[in-house]
Design a protein around this ligand. Structure first.
Ligand SMILES: C[S@@+](CC[C@H](N)C(=O)[O-])C[C@H]1O[C@@H](n2cnc3c(N)ncnc32)[C@H](O)[C@@H]1O
Length: 491
């Protein structure tokens, strides 16, 4: 089952195609153009020599011929595109080099000339965060009111050491401030990053995505580093032979990045598309569709999707989906407002659920929720879960899942919370209820005082019992965030 909401096919991430189709009710093409701009990292304003990976034509390999007018480039690209696909909505994409780096009247003339072309519904402008003047920002704001405007900002990495190595010549602060300036004006922001930059680890690449997640960005382009002929990067590669990611490593990293990325961020690109003649490494990059397929396959294998790591409940649900069959007997040991019970009962449609809570309010809320959903195959007990075994004695060895969601009742009295002593008793007693394949799922909340004590004691219990099998799942490195423990029955 695909849980991902921004998809109507096998994709488990938010594709640009899907976004355009739903926003504009039709397929939309980006027409790449080369407007002949320069770059402040070439002419000495910010630096010289450019970014070390950049090709001679400024990363605009598929843009038109710079010697032709923008209009001619536009129609030339359309001719080629029309052979393959049919569409009558276009976004003019100023791709090569730094497309806001010119006097305002030049920018205006170029942008306005393509906006006049038939069926052009918007502009996408690729640039550097240090190359948008205040007067340009004002103009972009005005433009944004008239057309569908996107500004694509190059970042590549959040790591300063790498940024210096690749000669980006702007800071992370500069980038972050420009995102804020553009968003103040309500302009869509797409960020370009590169995986596989020299000496970056997988963790560093994931950190870049986690950083971007916290910013108000609307899209991302993920590239694999191309080592192209005639670049400084190629010289560095010949000298230092730094590690180039294999296809498997790349796919693994991208899937991790997607799991960590907010689900509303549109994925404009997920792999590079270099011209074969210019490419030195990695050669697997020339088979773009192969890489895309591998990413789909890997997400399917993991049964995850973009945004999966947003909450630990996605993992809980993934385990429940695999574990609970329609005739199963299950227990919710902390019913609270009844959401876990509801999720379980939607799986065990012909089975039965037993629920426990010490608060009448919890029983009322859960009853209300389940009745609203026309569910009757359950029984709730107003008592502490430590009595679970006595209460359900006749179901010993018959239960396939017991769930604990520790802590206090959401929106309820925060003083009434699960307590270490009774929780440990309840977990041990639940163990005896499990059938051969049964599991216990416990969501731990170390973020509050009682929860921290509970967590420590729980880990002691699990650690001391050498027979026990348990797994820990965390969706973030925040030590205060809730996480999941799965305890399986040892045969
Ligand atoms: C975090 S909430 C559960 C949320 C719930 N799973 C849901 O989906 O809304 C924890 C619940 O455990 C209950 N609780 C605390 N001590 C308990 C105990 N000894 N036995 C059973 N429930 C207990 C609290 O009253 C609270 O409603």
């Amino acid at each position: 089952m695909n849980h991902f909401k921004y998809s109507d096919n096998n994709k488990r991430y938010y594709t640009l195609d899907y976004y355009y189709k739903h926003k504009f009710n039709s397929k939309v093409f980006k027409v790449s153009l080369n407007a002949g701009f320069s770059c402040p990292n070439l002419d000495g304003k910010k630096g010289t020599g450019g970014c070390i990976y950049c090709s001679k034509i400024g990363s605009g390999e598929f843009a038109g011929n710079v010697n032709d007018s923008l209009e001619k480039q536009f129609y030339d690209v359309l001719k080629v595109m029309k052979k393959k696909w049919d569409s009558n909505k276009y976004i003019a994409y100023f791709q090569a080099r730094t497309n806001t780096y010119a006097p305002l009247h030049v920018l205006k003339e170029k942008y306005e000339s393509v906006l006049k072309l038939p069926n052009v519904i918007g502009l996408s402008i690729a640039t550097r965060p240090d190359a948008i003047s205040n007067e340009c920002l004002d103009y972009l704001e005005e433009l944004n009111n008239r057309t569908y405007l996107t500004v694509e900002l190059g970042l590549q990495t959040i790591h300063e050491k790498t940024s210096i190595l690749i000669n980006r010549c702007h800071s992370l602060d500069c980038f972050t401030n420009m995102v804020k300036e553009l968003r103040k004006r309500n302009i869509n922001v797409v960020v370009h990053i590169i995986n596989g930059l020299p000496y970056e680890t997988k963790e560093m690449m994931i950190e870049t995505v986690k950083y971007l997640n916290r910013l108000d960005i609307q899209g991302i382009k993920i590239h694999m580093l191309h080592i192209l002929k005639d670049t400084k990067l190629y010289e560095l590669y010949k000298q230092e032979k730094f590690h180039v990611l294999s296809k498997e490593e790349y796919v693994d990293i991208v899937c991790d990045q997607l799991e960590n990325l907010r689900e509303d961020i549109v994925i404009h690109r997920i792999t590079g598309d270099p011209k074969e003649d210019d490419l030195v490494e990695p050669t697997w990059l020339t088979k773009k569709f192969g890489v895309l397929n591998e990413i789909d396959k890997e997400l399917k294998r993991r049964d995850t999707y973009q945004g999966f790591n947003k909450t630990i409940f996605n993992k809980t649900h993934q385990i429940i989906d695999k574990q609970v069959k329609q005739n199963d007997l299950v227990v919710d040991a902390t019913i609270g407002n009844g959401y876990d019970s509801l999720y379980l009962l939607n799986k065990t449609t012909n089975g039965f659920l037993f629920g426990f809570d010490i608060q009448e309010e919890a029983l009322n809320n859960t009853n209300k929720l389940l009745k609203e959903n026309n569910i009757n195959n359950y029984k709730l007990f107003l008592k502490s879960h430590e009595y679970i075994l006595d209460t359900l004695k006749e179901y010993e060895n018959k239960i396939s899942l017991v769930i604990f969601n520790l802590g206090y009742l959401p929106n309820g009295n925060k003083e009434i919370t699960t307590k270490s002593d009774s929780t440990l008793k309840a977990i041990n007693n639940s163990y005896k209820l499990l059938n051969n394949k049964g599991i216990i799922l416990i969501t731990v909340y170390p973020g509050h005082k009682e929860g921290k004590i509970e967590e420590e004691n729980l880990l002691k219990l699990l650690g001391n019992n050498y027979k026990d099998k348990y797994k820990i799942y965390k969706n973030t490195d925040n030590v205060k965030a809730p996480y999941l423990i799965e305890r399986t029955k040892v045969k």
